[in-house]
Write a protein that binds this ligand. Sequence first.
Ligand code: AMP
Length: 886
Amino acid sequence: MSTSCLIEVSALLLYIRFIRGEPTKHIPLINSTVATRREQTTGSWEVIQRTLNGSQFYTFSVCNVGEREQDNWLRTTFIQRRPSASRVFVELQFIVRDCNSFDGASLTCKETFNLFTSESDADVGTTFRKGQFKKVATIAPDEITSKNELRINTETKVVENLSRKGFYLAFQDIGACIALLSVRVYYKTCPATVKSLASFPETVAGGENQALREVSGVCVENAISEELPRIYCTVDGEWVVPVGQCQCKPGYEEVEDECQECKAGSFKAEASGDKCTPCPANTQELDSGAVVCPCMDGFYRAPNDPPTGPCSGLPSAPRDLVATTSAGKLLLTWSPPEDTGGRTDITYSIECQRCEGMVCQSCGEKIRYEPAGVGLTDTKVSVSELDAHLNYTFTVEAHSGVTIFSFQRYPPKITAMRVMERSSTSLSLFWDVKPRVHPRPIRYELTYRKKVRHSRFFYPDKYGFCIFLFRKRNSHTRQGPEDTYFSSSEQLKPLKTYVDPHTYEDPNTAVLKFATEIHPSHITKQKVIGAGEFGEVYRGILKVPGRKEVAVAIKTLKPGYTEKQRQDFLSEASIMGQFSHQNIIRLEGVVTKFKHAMIVTEYMENGALDRYLRDHDGEFASFQLVGMLRGIAAGMKYLSDMSYVHRDLAARNILVNNTLECKVSDFGLSRVLEDDPEGTYTTSGGKIPIRWTAPEAIAYRKFTSASDVWSFGIVMWEVMAFGERPYWDMSNHEVMKAINEAFRLPAPMDCPSAVYQLMLQCWLQDRSKRPRFGDIVSLLDKLLRSPDSLKTIADFDPRISIRLPSTSGSDGSPFRSVSEWLESIKMSQYSENFACAGVVTMDQVLQMKNEDIKNIGVRLPGHLKRIAYSILGLKDQTSTLSVFAV
Ligand code: AMP
């Protein structure tokens, strides 16, 4: 508490002049005014000098104890009031003489006096009207002063509910012998303070009509709070009940009511009351104010590792591999890697090569591993169904949570390449690799293609694909190594433009130009995996003599085809054969010279992206989804650089392999017209997949790379929503109407804000303003390089963004069972968890809290949210479908 004085009238105010006996004329004094009654002639308040404990001081005194009907007044000057101070305290110091000490005066003598107040908006000067004063209190002494002994009393009275600009105090004597030593008038305040990192201003304490005054605070610099911090000021000037808490921003910690930057080498990831913590193992120590410590080169965080945790290295190779045979089986055993990279999730995989003479190839599925060939946690495996006549080479690789992550996404960079020697028939090439901290050998593959003026070299290691360009200035002049020009893939300019197979008079010529003819005897069909427009699609094996056996997809042309259909079918190969990019499905070759035409492409183990994501709903972190989008964008950049417009970019036309690489597919000339079930006839003619297609392409068939960018935005949405159908069950007509009215799809659940912003950019009406695929790749790369950038999540409305059913089924009745409800939100896999936990009615479901959902075994954050949001939706039956305006 603190007090603020309005006036202090003390005995030390020596300037007070006091004029007695002038009944109506009041002389203004510096701090007090004395009033006497006209009819009073026998004495009134006067200033008397006294000596107390050796000090001299002045008092206002009155002592008419022998007279009747005393009514002597002493009034202060005008006391201005601070507007918020409605309650003031009046502290008096005074002396009262014992009536018994006056001989014969006891009948008229009093031992009390009265305190009065009068409010006013202006200083009325010396005018004094008794009737305007209200009594505050009778002042009685605790101790009275006898003849011999002086007793000073101190009494404090409260004047409440003041509302005008100022007031006067007055003291009424009714026949006592009093000396007023001092008057102190003050109000109470809660002092300016900082509590819970919020600063609160000095606040005048309230009165009896407002015992607690609520005050809002402001977070101190570099602190934030979700809720406005508040606190209450009591009538006694005490702060009580602080509500809400400010917390230091990420990168700052609390030090004595301030937020100070984390010191260099420490970090704080979130706004919290925690202190900064030292950067964990294998991370870079940044300057002060770090919110995260990025991994050191060569160290990584697995997607499920917390961004605040340590980074781990890649495991070194397993040791002491030993092969023994028993009971016709081969038993491989080994010791764990010396360096696990600091991780405990080490698994092993086996790779097998079988060699006949000098020719080696992958063992493929011809041998059996027990318990498995991948994902082994034990350091042994048994191998059977080996061929006694062949030599086998087994390689055991150690993996951990960071292995796939680092290798897949960031293959080591090939930074400089040199030609060291050359002859008319040979070249010696050297290159540098960064970073060098790879625990196991990197493999390089060199491909050479003859070109008239250019040669291209491809150096894909097992996990990546770096392209280097080697250009001869003049193939006829002699050159030294310094004449050779290399550039990294980043600097590569497109070497060629896509050639429309229609420009060839005979489409068969185009196929032969762009695709390799395969003999059907080299193809083994194994299993039907899909149905294409022209016939079945098979998984199979391609075994060309002298080349490694590879898994392939084989598209077939069903019997009874027309020549036109055959040409359309093969046109896809003519187009695909012109492309060579990591994220474009690779054409192995075609069969055209036999009755059953076939197109053979690389095999993508996980099939179409939309279905794959639907089957793995909620199982990937944003980081992984953005990684997939990055791959698709890179493929599209390549296509747009070659001036190829895809026209049917959609998640269903992206294929996924077993390392989650995404590749653009579906290049048939007739595909949009005939093949795609999403194709719908438009008024401008032609079939168009409406919900993936840019408005200008729908309206007047303006298909460009910019319209592909629009479709890419829809693919982004499909990916971030785990294969949800864009615009759900809205009709094509409704979709077109909504788009024309500037509505756009809302952010999917848990979608990083930066990713959603990019989608919105792709859906700009003005196609010239949309980003280009090059921009998209750069932005996605940037996001992947700083995982923090994915932490801010776009606003999300569960009622709009996941098609949560209302409480009613289609027939208007509530869900009949928990499993029916779970099925409707595609979460049937948890039916048993609910049943085991005894949650068997929808009423029980509605009572569930997030914690309960977790406790019954729903662990994946995506699933947890879907179920929680659905319960929320069930409670709120007003859910409607709409889309966001931009
Ligand atoms: P498409 O005629 O290209 O649309 O292929 C039909 C279906 O066959 C696709 O949806 C995939 O499920 C499957 N498919 C096509 N090509 C491949 C491939 N290269 N690898 C794996 N599956 C494929």
